[in-house]
Design a protein around this ligand. Structure first.
Ligand SMILES: [Fe+2]
Length: 476
C-alpha cells in the first residue's frame, strides 16, 4: 500500500470508529473506559492521528455489539478513477485448471478492483468437441457458483447449461453473450482447435455478496429459504409481498379491509387466506394453489397507503431469464449510433441482461471517431469494466478530481472505472476499436440513493466521513 493509500485507509477507519461510537451513544470518556484506552486518546483514533490497530478492533468487537468488519474500511485501489490491467500482466496470471486429470480451461485475470464485486476472467477452452450434444461425456460440468455470470463469446465456443435435471448445449460464435443466475451448473468447450475459442467470463456478486450473505449465514438455512421471494409472473409474488407487510405491521385482514375500503373477498383474492406469517414465502412458486389475482393500479395505491409503503414496494421485479439464463445472439442483437446518426462517436450493441438486474448493462462498443466530442462523454451511476476486443488499440479519456487524463489501451488490456467518472473513447490508429463494457451496481442501491437524497443538510458529508461527536460537550 502506498503512503497516500495507507493514509486514506486510516482516515476512513477513524471515521468509522467515530460513527460506530456515535451509534452506540458513547462519548470519548466512555469509549476510552470500555475499550481500555488511555484517557484522552480516543479522539486521536477517531481523527486518524493514531492508526487503526487490530487489538483495538478485537476489543471493540468484544465489548460492543458490533463486528470487526463494521470498523474496517475498504481499500481504494483506483485512486485515479480508472485502473488498467495490461494484456501482459493478464498473461502473467495464466493458469491451466484440469478437470478429470486433463487441462480443461486456461484462466487469465483481467481488471478487478476492491471497490466493486467484479471477478472477470479471460478463459480459453482447451477441450475440443466434435458435436453439440449436451450429454457429450467429454464435457466437464462445474457445480455452479455464487456469482452472476455475464459471458461474451469469441470464436467457436459451445456453451452448456443445466437447469433442474436437464442439460442444454448452445453453439456460440463471436458477439454472442449470455447472462446466468447463481449456482446453475455450466461448462464451455471449443468446436475447433484451429481458431481462437475463448470467453470473457465476467462474474460479479452485486448485492448477494457482502452484508446480506453474512446476515443469512447467521440466520440459517430455514430463514434463508423462507425469505426468498418469487419474481413477477408467479401467482404468489404479489400476495407474498402484501402478506409480508401485513405481518410486519401486525395488520389483520379486517383492519386492512377497513383501511383500504376493499371488500374482504377481494382482499383474499389479492393476498391469500391471511396466513400472515411474515415470510411472503415461496411455498407455491410453482403456481400450485394460492391466490392469483393481481391488484389494479387503484387497488395498489389503496394498499400502499394502508400499509404505509410506496407502490413500488408492492411490485415484484420481472425476469426474462429462461431456465436460469438469458441468451443474446449477436445476429439478432439491437445496435444503435451514439450520440446520434450524424458522425456518431460509437455504435453500441445490446448484449445479454435481465430486468432482475436493472443496474447491470452489457454493451459491445464499436468506436468510430478519431476525436471524441463532448457529446460522446459517457457517464453512469454504475461501476464499469471494459475489455479491448479485436485488433485495434483505443484511446480512453476520463475526468477525475478535476483532472482530465488519457491512456491508450491495447487489445487484451482491460480496465475498471469508478461510477460517475466521465469517459470517452476514440480511435488510436487506422483500425476501428471494439470494446466490451459491463456496468454493474455496487452497494449503493436505489434505496441508499434515496436515503442520501433525504438526509438533513450536511448529512451526506458526515455519512461518508463522520468527523465529530453527535452533540457538543460545551452545549449549544
Ligand atoms: Fe462460471
Amino acid at each position: 500500500m502506498s503512503a497516500t493509500a495507507a493514509e486514506g485507509f486510516s482516515r476512513r477507519a477513524a471515521a468509522l470508529l467515530r460513527s460506530a461510537a456515535n451509534d452506540l451513544k458513547r462519548d470519548d470518556e466512555n469509549a476510552e473506559r470500555e475499550l481500555g484506552l488511555e484517557p484522552g486518546t480516543f479522539a486521536d483514533h477517531t481523527s486518524g492521528k493514531r492508526p487503526l490497530d487490530w487489538a483495538l478492533l478485537r476489543r471493540a468487537a468484544e465489548v460492543w455489539p458490533l463486528n470487526e468488519r463494521d470498523l474496517l474500511p475498504v481499500h481504494d485501489d483506483c485512486p485515479a478513477g480508472l485502473s488498467v490491467l495490461r494484456a501482459k500482466e493478464s498473461l502473467g496470471s495464466s493458469r491451466v485448471l484440469a478437470r478429470g486429470g486433463e487441462g480443461y480451461y486456461e484462466y487469465r485475470d483481467t481488471a478487478m478492483s476492491r471497490i466493486a464485486s467484479y471477478r472477470p476472467e479471460w478463459i480459453r477452452m482447451l477441450r475440443v468437441v466434435e458435436d453439440n450434444r449436451a450429454d457429450n461425456p467429454r464435457v466437464q460440468w462445474n457445480h455452479g457458483h455464487l456469482l452472476y455470470q455475464f459471458t461474451y463469446f469469441v470464436g467457436p465456443v459451445n456453451y452448456y447449461y443445466r437447469w433442474g435435471d436437464t442439460s442444454y448445449c448452445v453453439p456460440m460464435e463471436t458477439g454472442d453473450s449470455v447472462w446466468g443466475l447463481p449456482f446453475a451448473p455450466h461448462s464451455f468447450t471449443a468446436r475447433s482447435d484451429s481458431e481462437p475459442a475463448y470467453i470473457l467470463a465476467l462474474t460479479y456478486g452485486g448485492a448477494l455478496v457482502g452484508d446480506a450473505q453474512r446476515e443469512l449465514a447467521v440466520l440459517g438455512r430455514r430463514p434463508a429459504h423462507d425469505l426468498a421471494l418469487p419474481v413477477a409472473g408467479s401467482p404468489s409474488s404479489q400476495p407474498g409481498l402484501i402478506r409480508s407487510f401485513m405481518a410486519a405491521r401486525c395488520l389483520t385482514p379486517a383492519e386492512l379491509a377497513d383501511r383500504t375500503g376493499l371488500a374482504a373477498d377481494r382482499l383474499t383474492e389479492l393476498c391469500g387466506p391471511g396466513d400472515t406469517d411474515g415470510r411472503g414465502g415461496t411455498d407455491d412458486t410453482d403456481g400450485r394453489g394460492g391466490p392469483g389475482d393481481t391488484a389494479t393500479e387503484s387497488e395498489l395505491a389503496l394498499l400502499a397507503e394502508a400499509l404505509g409503503v410506496s407502490v413500488r414496494d408492492l411490485l415484484a421485479p420481472r425476469s426474462t431469464s429462461h431456465r436460469g439464463v438469458s441468451i443474446q445472439h449477436g445476429r439478432d442483437a439491437r445496435s444503435w449510433d451514439h450520440p446520434g446518426k450524424d458522425g456518431p462517436a460509437y455504435r453500441f450493441t445490446q448484449l445479454a441482461g435481465d430486468p432482475l438486474h436493472p443496474h447491470t448493462t452489457a454493451l459491445q462498443v464499436d468506436v468510430r471517431a478519431a476525436a471524441a466530442s463532448d457529446d460522446a462523454r459517457l457517464v453512469t451511476h454504475q461501476h464499469q469494466y471494459l475489455y479491448v476486443l479485436g485488433d485495434a488499440p483505443v484511446e480512453v479519456s476520463w475526468e477525475h478530481d478535476g483532472r482530465r487524463r488519457t491512456d491508450v489501451l491495447e487489445p487484451g488490456d482491460s480496465a475498471y472505472i469508478e461510477p460517475l467518472v466521465p469517459l470517452t473513447f476514440s480511435t488510436a490508429g487506422d483500425t476501428l476499436p471494439r470494446l466490451l463494457l459491463l456496468r454493474i451496481a455496487g452497494a449503493v442501491t436505489p434505496d441508499v440513493r434515496y436515503a442520501l437524497g433525504s438526509m438533513a443538510h450536511g448529512g451526506i458529508d458526515r455519512y461518508i466521513a463522520e468527523d465529530r461527536l453527535w452533540y457538543s460537550k460545551e452545549g449549544n
